[in-house]
Structure formats: C-alpha cells, structure tokens
Write a protein that binds this ligand. Structure first.
Ligand SMILES: Cc1cc2nc3c(=O)[nH]c(=O)nc-3n(C[C@H](O)[C@H](O)[C@H](O)COP(=O)(O)OP(=O)(O)OC[C@H]3O[C@@H](n4cnc5c(N)ncnc54)[C@H](O)[C@@H]3O)c2cc1C
Ligand code: SF4
Length: 436
C-alpha cells in the first residue's frame, strides 16, 4: 500500500472529540450502573458487552477491557471514533431517562482500544489451517471483519481490492476530525497482524478477475464492495469545472490535496450525513462561505441532528426548500447554481427561479449501487441495486456471501463490521459442513 503524503489536505483538522485522560476515564467508568439488561448493548449493532468493558476500565484492567471490545468488534478502535454514538449506545443509556448526562461510551471505548494499540497487544492468533480458502471482494470494514474472523477459524483468506488503499470508506470517506486516513490504515495493519490475510490491490472484480475464476480459486466468497460513485443530478452545466461528487472530493481531500484557496462560496447540495460532513470539511479547510442547499426543511433532513447542530455552530449557512435546476459558468468554471423554490409538498413554485453564486459545488445526493457487478453469479439476487443476503450474509448461491453497504444500502461502519463478522461464522459453518 503506498504511503500517504504527510501534507494531504485532511492534515489540518484537529480531533473534534479529544481523548479522556486516565483520571477522566476512571471517573466516567465508575459512573456506569452496569445495568443488568443493558440497553446500550442492544443499541450496538455488534452487541459489545459495554458494561463489561467499562467495569474492566474501572478496575484498571485496560487490556481485558480492550479484549472484550475486540471480541465483538475487531474494528473497535475506529468505531470508538466514528460511530454515531448519540443515536446508538449513548443515546440508549439509562441515564438519559434520569436527567443525568449519559455515559461517554465511545470515549471509554477509545480509551481502552488506544491502550491496546499502544501496547501492541494482538489478542488472537490464526486458527490451525483448515485447508479451505475464502476470497473476499473489497477491503472495507465488512471484509476486514470477515477476514479476521475467518483467520481465527483457520481458513486461508485473500482480499481483492480495486483501490491501492485498504480500509474502504474508513480510509477514504470518514470526516478527518473524527479519524484521519492514517489511523484507519493503522487499523488495517492491526487487523492483518493476525497473519495470513493476503491482499491483492488494484483488482477490479469482475473486470480484472471474473467470478468464475474466483470460484475456482476459493471454496467460498464474501462480497463487501460497498456503494458506487456519487449520484449526479443530470442537470445542465454539470460538466463545468468546480462541480464534484462529494464522496469523490472527500477521498481526494483525505488522501491527497484539494485546493480551496481561491474558493469564495462553496455550495453543497443534499441533506444527508455526507452533505453535512462536506460542509464541515469545507469550513475547516478555511472556506468562509459554505451553503447547504436542501429540498426539504431542517426537521426532515436525513443527516443526524447532532452533526447538523455542530455544522451550524461552525458557520454553515443553508437554503431550505430549494431544487437545483442546473449550473452557470464562465470560462468553463462554475459560477452559480440555478434553482427553484419548492413548496411544503416539495413541488416547484412557479416563477421562483433564481441563482445562487458558487465557485465550488459538491453533489451529496447519494451514491450509486453496485449490485449490477454480480450479474455473472447465477442465483445471487439484486433488488434496487442491493445484493440480497439473509441475516447470516448468505446469498442465493451456495458458498457466496455478502455484507456491508452493498447489502444494507449504506449504513454505518459498525453495521458493516457486524455483517462481515456474522458472515464469517456462516461461511465457517458452510465449509465445516462440506462446502460446495
Ligand atoms: C462520506 C462518508 C462519511 C461517512 N462517515 C461515517 C461515519 O462518520 N461513521 C460511520 O460509522 N460510518 C460512516 N460512513 C459509512 C461507512 O463508511 C460505511 O457504512 C462503511 O465503510 C461500509 O463498509 P463496507 O465494507 O460495506 O464498504 P466500503 O467501506 O465502501 O468498502 C468497500 C470496498 O470495496 C472496494 N470495491 C468496490 N468495488 C470493487 C470491485 N468491483 N472490485 C474490488 N473492490 C471493490 C472499494 O474500493 C472499497 O475499498 C460514511 C460514509 C461516507 C460516504
Ligand atoms: S445503559 Fe448506561 S449506565 Fe447502563 S450499562 Fe449501559 S452505559 Fe452503563
């Protein structure tokens, strides 16, 4: 994997949730009620034993605490930083019903997992060789969690990844104030340190390596290809310079350099979490005027309210109920977004056409789905672009499993980890029962 440049654009961002020190962590851990029927565990897609790991922090057993976390979620270090805990474990902590601040579970998880990384503790070794081999497509959180668990069972594992950088969106998409790309890559190395997780980068499946060949090489397959490129508006002038898909732009900002030094007004189109991240990233890079254009109103935004509240505090501006119609430019570069106002029912208001100045536009209106890539695999169903798989990750084709965003349509890192881990258990059962 190539080294990331030290002067990449994301390097200017500071950590937005500073780590707890020893004293803060001990005090916070002692506040936990160690609930018998802990709602925080139910709220965690990987079902981490949260009171269990917090109790170990309280008793000073940090290594044991980290082990409890990693047993359920091998990407527990990044999830401690990127999970939207406000709507998951922390949001369900019983203290919320008592008018008392909830336990800072994410920060405690970070405290314990960072300790294990600092100590270099690995916890697991690969199981005895089973003579079976699994091919995984994509090197994002879903495949990494699946690969690690498969190695614990003793199966040989090879990951085929289209990019040169491993980690999927954890490396290329996460807002840098939550976690920079080098930390995500450090986690990939940590996961791979179990040994035997072979990786082939620059392999686009099925263009460079077909499904038939993959099935010949391996006894089972796991598909963790995530989502596709940014959706486009298909509007007039969209080809102009200065208009980018948000996920594509974020990847360039994280892994290399984006130049915003001459940008006076940036516009982000969309209302989801990627749109909010893009707004905050532009503000953090020093663009003074960043405007979100959204078709609905604040209450209906799909992005998290706590993230939008932070964006507003940082200076985000917004135009509600507006529909972009196209783009205007000068000398081949975008200068404005042509828009129309929408009524309460999101219907265009006649005669409301106007322009909003912009010299940078990021489109955050969703990502395409990659289900079409599996058309060569008879029996694997695709619905609305998503690969259809059961709760254990099994598709309609024996020995072919799938998980993460390509199945759930795009959720969080922690959901992808849970799906990859559970698929590994199902693959192990399949292979133990004789396989194909
Ligand atoms: C901008 C952005 C910000 C986000 N922020 C957060 C956040 O703060 N917290 C959070 O929990 N979640 C966040 N998410 C969501 C989270 O990143 C995803 O849910 C998670 O990464 C999904 O993991 P995955 O393994 O399914 O897919 P991905 O992470 O997308 O990984 C898929 C991998 O497959 C590779 N691939 C694709 N096609 C092929 C092919 N044909 N052949 C070979 N390889 C292929 C890709 O290059 C990629 O490396 C964010 C998403 C985006 C877009
Ligand atoms: S719900 Fe809150 S208090 Fe109860 S175990 Fe979970 S973190 Fe501790």
């Amino acid at each position: 994997m190539p080294a990331l440049p030290a002067d990449r654009s994301e390097a200017v961002f500071a950590d937005f949730k500073p780590a707890l020190d020893d004293n803060q962590a001990r005090v916070e851990a002692h506040r936990c009620l160690y609930c018998h029927d802990a709602p925080c565990i139910r709220a965690c897609p990987t079902s981490i034993d949260i009171p269990g790991f917090i109790r170990k922090i309280a008793t000073g057993n940090l290594t044991g605490s980290a082990r409890t976390i990693f047993e359920s979620n091998v990407l527990g270090m990044s999830c401690a930083r990127v999970c939207p805990v406000e709507v998951l474990c922390v949001g369900d902590c019983v203290y919320n019903h008592m008018g008392v601040p909830p336990i800072q579970i994410g920060k405690l998880q970070r405290y314990a997992t960072d300790h294990a990384y600092r100590q270099g503790t690995r916890f697991w070794q690969a199981g005895p060789d089973t003579g079976r081999s699994v091919g995984l497509v994509g090197a994002g959180p879903a495949s990494l969690a699946c690969a690690h668990r498969l190695r614990r069972f003793g199966h040989a594992v090879t990951i085929y990844e289209a990019r040169e950088v491993l980690g999927g969106l954890n490396s290329t998409g996460i807002a840098p104030y939550k976690m920079p790309a080098d930390r995500a890559i450090e986690e990939v190395d940590w996961v791979r340190s179990i040994g035997g997780i072979e990786v082939q980068t620059g392999v686009n499946v099925p263009t460079d390596l077909g499904w038939a060949e993959l099935e010949q090489r391996h006894d089972a397959l796991f598909i963790g290809i995530g989502l596709g490129p940014d959706s486009r508006l298909q509007a007039r002038g969209e080809h102009l310079q200065g208009i980018h898909g948000a996920v594509d732009w974020i990847e360039r900002m994280k892994l290399g350099k984006v130049d915003v030094s001459k940008v006076q007004t940036a516009v982000v189109i969309g209302g989801g979490n990627t749109a909010i991240d893009a707004v905050r990233e532009l503000l953090g890079l020093g663009v003074s005027y960043v405007k979100l254009l959204y078709r609905g109103v604040e209450a209906g935004m799909p992005g998290y309210a706590h993230e939008w509240a932070s964006a507003k505090k940082e200076g985000a501006r917004v135009v509600w109920r507006v529909q972009p119609l196209g783009f205007e430019g000068h000398g081949g570069r975008v200068t404005a977004v042509r828009c129309m106002r929408l009524d309460r029912n999101k219907q265009p208001i006649e005669g409301s056409e106007h322009t909003i100045a912009a010299d940078l536009v990021l489109l955050a209106i969703g990502q395409g789905k990659l289900g079409g890539l599996v058309s060569g695999l008879d029996g694997v169903q695709v619905e609305g672009g998503r690969i259809v798989a059961d709760a254990a990750g099994a598709t309609g084709r024996p020995g072919v499993y799938a998980g993460g965003d390509c199945v759930n349509g795009g959720q969080e890192v922690v959901n992808a980890v849970a799906m990859g881990r559970d698929a590994a258990v199902a693959i192990h059962s399949f292979l133990s029962a004789g396989g194909r």
